[in-house]
Design a protein around this ligand. Structure first.
Ligand SMILES: *[C@@H]1O[C@H](CO)[C@@H](O)[C@H](O)[C@H]1NC(C)=O
Ligand SMILES: *[C@@H]1O[C@H](CO)[C@@H](O)[C@H](O)[C@H]1NC(C)=O
Ligand SMILES: *[C@@H]1O[C@H](CO)[C@@H](O)[C@H](O)[C@H]1NC(C)=O
Ligand SMILES: *[C@@H]1O[C@H](CO)[C@@H](O)[C@H](O)[C@H]1NC(C)=O
Ligand SMILES: *[C@@H]1O[C@H](CO)[C@@H](O)[C@H](O)[C@H]1NC(C)=O
Ligand SMILES: *[C@@H]1O[C@H](CO)[C@@H](O)[C@H](O)[C@H]1NC(C)=O
Ligand SMILES: *[C@@H]1O[C@H](CO)[C@@H](O)[C@H](O)[C@H]1NC(C)=O
Length: 873
């Protein structure tokens, strides 16, 4: 009853306009302030998990005086707000409050007002003092601002950098919660040294500028929470790791700590600190050695540091740790068994680091199958940690992994991940699926190889086709088809040589595609033995080595058509391609000589596998190789029984014939052509009459005069009056000549290349020009080369050399030049012939229609003769 009147009485004498007075329940008031002051400490979050303060052991507020008065359970709360910028005496603000009445004094200074502290330490009824933004001036310099003996909660937030100096802790006895923050103090004054804070349970010294803290105050086992966040500490305070410390929660975030040797394992007598939570986030820690045995440690926050390396045994002593935060560091490597001992771990956060490799073995082993969440987002991981999980290594279905924003490599190694997710989905444990284990599986995206970049991992079927990156030859692409076939695709990659090695995939056979490359030799490579398919068509092959053909025993598909092959090694005759299903050999320069008489037999042995055997023709005889007989070549088998002379005669005759055929073939052909109207050596695959031009003439500027003054009039005004395509005249004006060359080639029935030194130096170096001509050389065989006199074989590039060695070309100065040239130019076809040629399409080569008749040698010669008749008089 008496108490009820306290405030009524006070109202008269206290500064009515600044302060208000209320009576309240003692316990409620204490709890309210305790919570407000210690809210920043953050242990609320972990109360449940860590059970930091058991409910029955909370801070016990008691005092000698309190024993006499707590029966009242009442407290007077004086709340003052000053905003006048003036000085105020503490005593005058609470003037009139009963000296014996428990008091909570809360003052807020809006403009840094000065509070003259004139309350004596004997004023023991002040139980709670909270000041926010005030500057303190002790009325007695020597005694300072003495914390009264019974002040259970003392919280001062002040910019004043003398606040530690001015505060006198000598009388404090019952202070349970002490908080001094916001000051610019860089150290704790020596007069605090060795003061016993016998009752302190919570100490907040956050947001000062403290540079070191070595426990100048003495605490007892009552101290549970220490908050030193937002200071400038550089060293982990060792005093909290000492034997008499019973601290639970240590907050050190936002400091400059780089030295944490205090919590490293040492050889001295060991004991386990009772600490439960350490928050070291936002500091400067760079590496982590083996940490001290801390049996009670549940939460360790090391996020936002500069940690680059974690020792293998860093966490080995933390047997009961439940949460480790390591996000936003610079960790590259997670050591193989870094977390193996942490069997109670439920949260491991490694997000925003540079981890490049993590495997199942590096993750904590949870023997109890407790839920475990691992965050690996924003690292440098190329693969997911789970491989083989279907093969029985998967131990904790309650694991949860997040790993989006990693540069995943979606190659064939992802098959195991793919299989793992399928297996998880079929596992049949309730709540366990690929989605429960890989939490953000929908967000996983591929970063490489480039064919898959940006694609979602979830939608990809790695079992049906996947890309192999390991050991794939540069320029080629390798992929696994159907889990047991590897396709190495090097089609059109401008390869000059065969790749040295191919990717090795166990139990898979290999297909190698080398078509459309300027390759000249099919040579031995150890991988040839493993191939089931080899495509080398449309190259510039002149040679197949014996070792290569011997290694191809297992081949099923072998394409060698559209090359420049004259022969296969003679050892081929003993080789049977037992498994072959499709072998192509047509459109080559097969030389039919006595040495190659084995070839027809070999062909007939493989007839079941040969693609269009009738089209495999002898180069000059124009007869299908399979029909070749000894009679054709005049090699009598009896020659061997004849005298040496006879043999020599036959051989020398043969050789000289061959020499003549090879060296003077243009002349021989010309002879045949002019005398008999038979076109031999030049079975060009001209485009048909629907092409707008007959001939596209390509030349270098140096030969302009000769082309325009001599060549063009001759061809346009001659008997045949060819339609010529000339770039200075027929190209769209204003457009680049280079860009239009492929276009001109396509619109013309054939092309003339005036090959000079100048052309090789300039135009031939332009990729587009070269590619266009190479295509003509390789595919359509419609190029007539006129070499100027300054060209010698050494000037030529290998591809041109190979071509000119095996093909006819003309020199502008050679005899009968014009007649020879005419021989190479397309014959004027009749309209009926065009129609008939269109109805019979050659499936092998798109634009080589006139070859339709070649399967029948006689017909061909007749029709060719007919075709040339109108033009050749
Ligand atoms: C540690 O402190 C940081 C910064 O205040 C906070 O974000 C984080 O949640 C704290 N960690 C723990 C485990 O309490
Ligand atoms: C499975 O999921 C249900 C509902 O989401 C939840 O209530 C249950 O606890 C989960 N069981 C396990 C074993 O996680
Ligand atoms: C091989 O690569 C070429 C060029 O990249 C492509 O056109 C072709 O389709 C590929 N072949 C196969 C069988 O994938
Ligand atoms: C081919 O086999 C025969 C016997 O079958 C043998 O005499 C000959 O030397 C072999 N030739 C080659 C090139 O291996
Ligand atoms: C054999 O190979 C050629 C060239 O690749 C192809 O055009 C043809 O269709 C194939 N034949 C068979 C029976 O597979
Ligand atoms: C040209 O004809 C010869 C036979 O005279 C033949 O061997 C060669 O393969 C043919 N070339 C082309 C490209 O058709
Ligand atoms: C074969 O040789 C005889 C004379 O030795 C010659 O008359 C005949 O024309 C030759 N046959 C061929 C196809 O060269």
């Amino acid at each position: 009853m008496v108490v009820r009147n306290v405030c009524n009485f006070i109202v008269i004498s206290v500064h009515q306009e600044l302060c208000s007075c209320n009576e309240d329940n003692l316990e409620v008031t204490l709890k309210e302030y305790d919570l407000a002051i210690n809210s920043g400490v953050g242990y609320e979050k972990y109360k449940v998990a860590v059970d930091l303060i058991p409910p029955d052991q909370g801070p016990v507020y008691s005092s000698i005086l309190g024993v006499l008065t707590t029966w009242l359970h009442q407290i007077v709360r004086v709340d003052c707000k000053v905003a006048d910028g003036k000085s105020h005496r503490a005593s005058s603000l609470i003037n009139g409050v009963d000296l014996l009445m428990f008091t909570a004094f809360h003052i807020q200074c809006e403009k840094g007002e000065r509070l003259i502290w004139d309350l004596p330490p004997t004023r023991t009824s002040i139980i709670v003092f909270v000041a926010d933004g005030c500057n303190f001036i002790p009325d007695n310099e020597k005694k300072g601002m003495a914390i009264p003996m019974n002040a259970w909660i003392w919280a001062v937030n002040s910019h004043d950098h003398n606040v530690f100096d001015n505060t006198n802790v000598r009388f404090t006895m019952n202070t349970v919660s002490l908080s001094i923050s916001g000051s610019r103090a860089t150290f704790i004054p020596s007069k605090w040294q060795n003061t016993y804070m016998v009752s302190a349970a919570t100490v907040n010294l956050h947001q000062n500028q403290l540079e070191s803290f070595d426990c100048p105050l003495r605490f007892t086992k009552r101290l549970k929470t220490m908050n030193l966040a937002n200071n400038k500490l550089t060293k982990f305070p060792p005093c909290f790791i000492e034997e008499d410390s019973n601290i639970n929660y240590l907050t050190l975030y936002h400091n400059k700590i780089s030295d944490i040797s205090a919590i490293y394992e040492r050889t001295e007598p060991k004991y386990a600190p009772s600490i439960k939570i350490i928050n070291l986030s936002h500091n400067n820690i760079e590496s982590l050695q083996s940490l001290l045995t801390m049996d009670d440690l549940r939460v360790l926050d090391l996020s936002y540091n500069n940690i680059k390396e974690i020792a293998n045994d860093a966490f080995i002593n933390l047997e009961h740790i439940e949460q480790i935060y390591l996000e936003h560091n610079h960790i590259h490597v997670v050591r193989p068994y870094a977390f193996t001992m942490n069997t109670k771990l439920s949260i491991l956060d490694l997000a925003h680091n540079q981890v490049t490799e993590i495997s199942q073995e590096q993750l904590p082993t949870s023997l109890t199958g407790l839920p475990l969440s691992v965050n690996l987002k924003n690292n440098a991981l190329p693969y997911t940690p789970f491989k083989n999980c279907a093969r029985g290594n998967f131990y904790n279905p309650m694991i949860e992994i997040s790993m989006s924003s990693n540069p995943l490599v979606c190659d064939c190694k992802m098959i195991e991940f793919d299989q793992c997710t399928r297996w998880l989905d079929k596992l049949g444990i309730s709540n366990v699926s690929s989605r429960s284990v890989f939490k953000d599986i929908e967000d996983l995206t591929c970063a490489s190889p480039k064919e898959t970049a940006g694609k979602k991992v979830k939608g990809m079927d790695f079992l049906r086709s996947c890309i192999i990156v390991d050991k794939c030859p540069s320029k080629c692409s390798c992929q696994l088809e159907n889990t047991n076939t590897v396709l190495v695709n090097c089609t059109s990659r401008r390869l000059l040589e065969m790749p040295d090695a191919l990717p090795v995939v166990p139990y898979a056979s290999v297909k190698l595609h080398l078509s459309h490359n300027p390759l000249q030799m099919l040579a031995f490579r150890s991988y040839l033995q493993d191939l089931i398919e080899l495509r080398v068509d449309n190259c510039l092959l002149t040679t197949v080595t014996p070792a290569a053909i011997a290694a191809l025993q297992n081949i099923k598909v072998l394409t060698l058509h559209n090359n420049l092959l004259q022969k296969l090694p003679s050892s081929t005759k003993n080789i049977t391609l037992k498994r072959a299903t499709n072998v192509t050999l047509h459109n080559n320069r097969w030389v039919c000589s006595c040495e190659s008489l084995w070839l027809p037999r070999w062909l007939s042995k493989h007839k079941y596998a040969l693609w269009m055997p009738g089209k495999i023709l002898c180069n000059y005889l124009r007869k299908p190789v399979e029909d070749l007989s000894e009679v054709d070549l005049n090699c009598s088998s009896t020659a061997y029984t004849d005298t040496f002379l006879a043999v020599s005669l036959v051989l020398s005759a043969l050789i000289s014939t061959l020499v003549i055929v090879f060296c003077y073939r243009t002349e021989i052909n010309l002879l045949l052509y002019s005398k008999l109207g038979i076109r031999l050596g030049s079975n060009f695959s001209y485009g048909d009459l629907f092409h707008p031009y007959d001939v596209f003439v390509s030349y270098s500027q140096d030969n302009y005069k000769w082309v325009v003054d001599t060549l063009v009039p001759h061809l346009e005004n001659g008997d045949c009056s060819y339609r010529l395509c000339l770039h200075y005249r027929d190209f769209p004006p204003g457009e680049s000549v280079v860009e239009n060359i492929p276009w001109a080639i396509r619109l013309s029935r054939c092309s003339i290349l005036v090959l000079s030194k100048d052309f090789l130096r300039k135009e031939w170096c332009i990729m587009e020009v070269r590619a266009a001509f190479q295509r003509m050389l390789l595919v359509s065989n419609r190029l007539i080369i006129i070499a100027t006199d300054d060209i010698s074989p050494e000037d030529l590039t290998p591809d041109l050399q190979a071509y000119m060695n095996t093909h006819d070309y003309l020199r502008a100065s050679e005899p009968c030049f014009w007649e020879k040239l005419e021989m190479f130019l397309p014959p004027k076809q009749s309209v009926e012939e065009i129609q008939s040629s269109m109805s019979l399409d050659d499936p092998g080569a798109g634009d080589s229609k006139p070859r339709k008749e070649m399967s029948d040698g006689e017909n061909e010669e007749e029709s060719m003769g007919d075709a040339t008749d109108p033009s050749a008089r």
